[in-house]
Design a protein around this ligand. Sequence first.
Ligand SMILES: *Cc1c(COP(=O)(O)O)cnc(C)c1O
Length: 499
Amino acid sequence: MNEIIRNTQSSVAHTSLDPQDWNEFRALAHRMLDETIDGIANVRARPVWQPIPDDVRAAIKSDVPREASDLADVYREFTEHVAPYATGNVHPGFMGWVHGGGTAVGMLAEMLAAGLNANLGGRDHMPIEVERQIVDWMRRLFAFPESASGIFVTGTSMANLMAVLVARTAALGRLARQHGIGNDGALLTAYTSRAAHGCVSRAMDIAGLGTDALRKIEIDADHRIDVAALRAQIAVDREVGFKPFLVVASAGTVDIGAIDDLKGIAALCREEGIWFHVDGAFGALAILAPELASQLGGIELADSIALDFHKWGQVPYDAGFLLVRDGEQHRQAFAQPAAYLSREARGLAAGAVWPCDLGPDLSRGFRALKTWFTLKTFGTDRLGALITRSCALAKYLEARVQAEPRLELLAPVNLNIVCFRYRAGDAVNREIVADVQESGISAPSSTTLNGKFAIRAAIVNHRTEETDIDALVAAVLEFGDRRSGGVIETEAPPLAAAQ
Ligand SMILES: *Cc1c(COP(=O)(O)O)cnc(C)c1O
């Protein structure tokens, strides 16, 4: 061994945070891994979710831990106080919001990524190539050109925000990043449907354009944007001097999974010279399912697509993604010259476009690895088949609801989301959702449709089976019967639409 290396190695041995006894550490690490695998393998033995007891909530509150603790003790605290009271989306009975189930494979990949502790902001190392490989796979799946670019982000909320920023810079020119949005920026208007996710409006706010500049266009009975109304609103806005710059279409609305007329919107945007962004948070990955992909027709014409691998992609949280057709426009919105980030022809600082040129983050983790493992280990065909299966299960739930006189379907079932209710008022149904969640049998969420409180089941988890649907229906009926027998009906004011 080289003399210099040997000398430096011997002097640091006992000051680092590495374990003093690797064997002891290894034994505990193996136990943690075994118990975590058992937890996933035996997930059905547990309640989907359980309320956090007061003493558990209190137990983790403490002063700043200035003294060291045994790893084994900290782990025991985790197993007793944290793990049993998680959201429950690993469980097949979890149907609330749109939560992915994750996989044991994804869990291992997270561990491997943490072992590397790679910083994916930039520089020349293979983890960056793994992320670039996934960008290329997404580009191929959505038939984007080779000049497209993409980047992992926390989730679709962030990806939608970044799309607004890219579209804003494309509309105003790069100087707007220096001078601010100015008078021209104050005239920019964006368009989405009334059923769009609330993060679109938040993105307009954060981008400095204001939520008033987002026009929320009417939807049809199937919750798809009314393209004629969209066209008319754009014309009205142009007439009075606004500058329409962005349309955000939904590929899978959060409330009922509706997919906008992407082809129609693409044509309109092309005619009008407007940026066409698709919020495909969960729906975009239906591109992997041959039976469903045609419903996404037109997505390949988008200027940008936001999606989440952590939903239907079954990758553990978090793994959002933004794909942009014109990689140069993407870079123009975020790249910044900085001496300490300068690129070199060789060495660790090589490689032209770094992820930090494509988004607001500099230091970034290796989200790409768990996605790479998931896509490669299962193959996209199998993931696509699971997406198809989720939709079949939603149809099964729809049929169960329609066959049961005590239940009422509240929205058409497009993809994997079923909105229904027990035939009683809002107050009873609100209690039913909480009862079912607290029972640990199942975890639906809720929304409001046409002013009615709806029980909402989104089938996303790859572990969910027909028996889980049956358990949800049985629980809703049981709690509904109990509640409608006893509770005196009072209509509560409708909740704000799911956003
Ligand atoms: C989940 C979702 C979002 C938000 O995505 P996050 O990953 O939670 O940030 C946006 N739009 C739709 C349609 C969604 O379903």
